[in-house]
Design a protein around this ligand. Structure first.
Ligand code: PMV
Length: 358
């Protein structure tokens, strides 16, 4: 490996965007475990290896910005998110990623990490993907890693923090199989917009990590989900290559319903949809019946994301905003991969977002 230049006594600031999966990651490949049921120490780097391939689109405007610096004066890593120090499980997830990075690059120093989400908190959009990607990029940046030279390694490190984060390292259309994600097409490969119907919820849904493990353990439909996954993925990839938007939408919806069906078959069920989610899906069906080419998807929560042609985004946003129970509409477009900046130690953290989040 070529010697990398460490960035010392400066911050490395990284921005990573959220991504939305068209073809879902749901379930992990078997990893050797110890008596305690946890992955063996030697297998920690195998965390979040997916059982199925996935395909996503990285979005613009919804991102996490994270600053990292080597902090040899600290005894352990300090991790702050949105102005509060992370503790317990949240901190542990970040430290597992940082440990993997130190191990891979033979580094001993603790890090200071200061992170901020520019994803509307009420949106319940998976900020763990942008968060872990920004963390891998910022800490990796301190160790001299860049997107251009080290994309696969950064993706692998992000994956150790959160599976879907492996895809947020790259911009545009991204596939993920095995240890790291791979960019498959640039953001402008085909014209698309994403209209997100944010559905307010008072209750905390079960997180994706626990939900997929529970589905693997208890759903008789999980085996069927895994069995069909490659065919759905291959179909979507071909549709993407051919810029066949209706076929891509059909594959996305198939992956979505089958992922949720596998969860609904768990015991007790994993059920994320709320009445307003179903009402939005009915409105999407009405739009399709009127001739609008679009497709809907849901992840580990009640929000519905509608992929459409940019020319239809305004109309769809208006229609979905009128559905009772929809709290907010966010319209986004394909976005870039991680961006890095080296900044002096005394610089102000987190400039205001350059673009207004609609
Ligand atoms: O990486 P996680 O634990 O946030 O899991 C993501 C799971 C889904 O969002 C439901 C699907 C996906 O591929 O992003």
């Amino acid at each position: 490996m070529a010697a990398r230049e460490l960035v010392l006594e400066r911050w490395v600031a990284a921005r990573a965007n959220v991504n939305i999966a068209l073809i879902k990651y749901w379930g992990k490949a078997a990893v050797p475990t110890g008596d305690d049921g946890l992955p063996r120490a030697s297998a920690r780097d195998d965390a979040n290896i997916p059982a199925v391939p996935s395909l996503s689109l990285t979005l613009a405007d919804l991102y996490t910005e994270t600053r990292a610096r080597f902090a040899p004066e600290f005894e352990e890593d300090q991790v702050e998110l949105d102005g509060r120090a992370l503790v317990a499980e949240e901190r542990r997830r970040a430290v597992v990623l940082l440990d993997a990075l130190r191990k891979r690059l033979d580094i001993a120093s603790p890090f200071q990490i200061v992170s901020r989400n520019f994803v509307p908190t009420a949106a319940g959009l998976a900020s763990s993907a942008s968060g872990m990607a920004a963390l891998a990029a910022a800490a990796g940046g301190c160790a001299g890693l860049t997107l251009e030279s080290d994309g696969p390694l950064l993706s692998e490190l992000a994956r150790i923090g959160s599976g879907s984060a492996s895809r947020s390292i790259f911009g545009g259309w991204v596939s993920w199989e095995g240890r790291h994600a791979t960019p498959v097409a640039a953001p402008d490969h085909m014209p698309v917009a994403v209209v997100i119907a944010v559905i307010g919820t008072g209750r905390k849904a079960i997180g994706s990590r626990d939900a997929m493990n529970h589905t693997m353990r208890t759903s008789p439909f999980y085996a069927g989900w895994v069995q069909q996954a490659h065919a759905t993925f291959d179909d979507a990839l071909e549709a993407l290559r051919e810029r066949d938007f209706p076929r891509l939408m059909a594959a996305m919806e198939r992956s979505t319903w089958r992922m949720h069906a596998s969860g609904m078959g768990a015991d007790p069920p994993v059920f994320y949809w709320l009445p307003a989610s179903v009402a939005v899906l009915a409105e999407v069906a009405a739009l399709k019946a009127e001739g609008t080419v679009c497709g809907a998807t849901l992840d580990a929560g009640p929000n519905v994301k509608v992929f459409c042609l940019p020319k239809d985004a305004g109309k769809i946003a208006e229609r979905l905003a009128a559905v009772p129970g929809v709290a907010q509409i966010i319209t986004s477009s394909p976005g870039a991969g991680i961006q890095l900046n080296i900044e002096p130690l005394e610089s102000e953290p987190h400039r205001a977002p350059s673009e207004v989040i609609r």
